[in-house]
Design a binder for this molecule. Structure first.
Ligand code: PGA
Length: 250
């Protein structure tokens, strides 16, 4: 086992209402949650404060997006300062749905990562290739380019606040998980890229988590891989089985 603390993110996406969120909070509170896992829930922005107030303090709360400046005339956006103001300390940035449904560019995502880190939030930047890119043999080229755009914007001394999520787009919400070997291959290459382009220390200590159809059934095999430090879970994070995913290393 590596010295990196196992990390699981539950990405609720645009799901849930107060009643359903109460049910999620109930099963997470009952747990029991392995204290060797760091758990963070990605909550729709209108429920961030509600979830923060009701979840145990040991469980982090993440916004699923934010803008790149502190305040101003940006209708519909929220800022890292606002996320912090309501007691939350994480944000997911550059999720494939932000990239592909809302057209966010590598540059914008990099700028958001920089601002969120400078404001003191912890950030889960997401990267991952599409099916046609994988089939064309371009997985590495794509994920390295996405990673570079993020890494260039990470301020000095902020790496402890970063958890990188590798989420192949073809595996998200499709039921087609990357095999542990497929995921490990990319995670290993991402870590090597960090060692060569940032520093061996950053490569060694930074958690790289896998996302894309993670379930209670496949989470343990994924967690056994040397460079997979946890998971980012969409659909399965809404159901009580999620506790098994959180406890995948037990
Ligand atoms: P999924 O989503 O687990 O439903 O595939 C993962 C994600 O998008 O973070």
């Amino acid at each position: 086992m590596s010295s990196r603390k196992f990390f699981v993110g539950g990405n609720w996406k645009m799901n849930g209402n107060k009643k359903e969120i109460d049910a999620i909070i109930d099963f997470l509170t009952v747990g029991p949650i392995d204290s060797n896992t760091e758990l963070v829930c990605g909550v729709p922005s209108c429920y961030l404060e509600y979830a923060r107030q009701k979840l145990p303090a040991s469980i982090g709360v993440a916004a699923q997006n934010c803008y790149k400046v502190a305040k101003g005339a940006f209708t519909g956006e929220i800022s890292p300062a606002m996320i912090k103001d309501i007691g939350c300390s994480w944000v997911i940035l550059g999720h494939s749905e932000r990239r592909n449904v809302f057209g966010e560019s590598d540059l914008l995502i990099g700028e958001k990562v920089a601002h969120a880190l400078n404001e003191g939030l912890n950030v889960i930047p997401c990267i991952g290739e599409k099916l046609e890119e994988r089939e064309a043999g371009k997985t590495e080229e794509v994920v390295f380019a996405q990673l570079k755009a993020i890494v260039e914007k990470i301020p000095e001394g902020k790496w402890d606040s970063v958890v990188i999520a590798y989420e192949p787009v073809w595996a998200i919400g499709t039921g087609k998980t990357a095999s542990p070997q497929q995921a490990q291959e990319v995670h290993g290459k991402l870590r090597q890229w960090l060692a060569e382009n940032v520093s061996p220390d950053v490569a060694q200590k930074t958690r790289i988590i896998y996302g894309g159809s993670v379930t209670a059934e496949n989470c343990r095999e994924l967690a056994k891989e040397a460079d997979i430090d946890g998971s980012l879970v969409g659909g399965a994070s809404l159901k009580p089985d999620f506790v098994h995913i959180v406890n995948a290393t037990q």
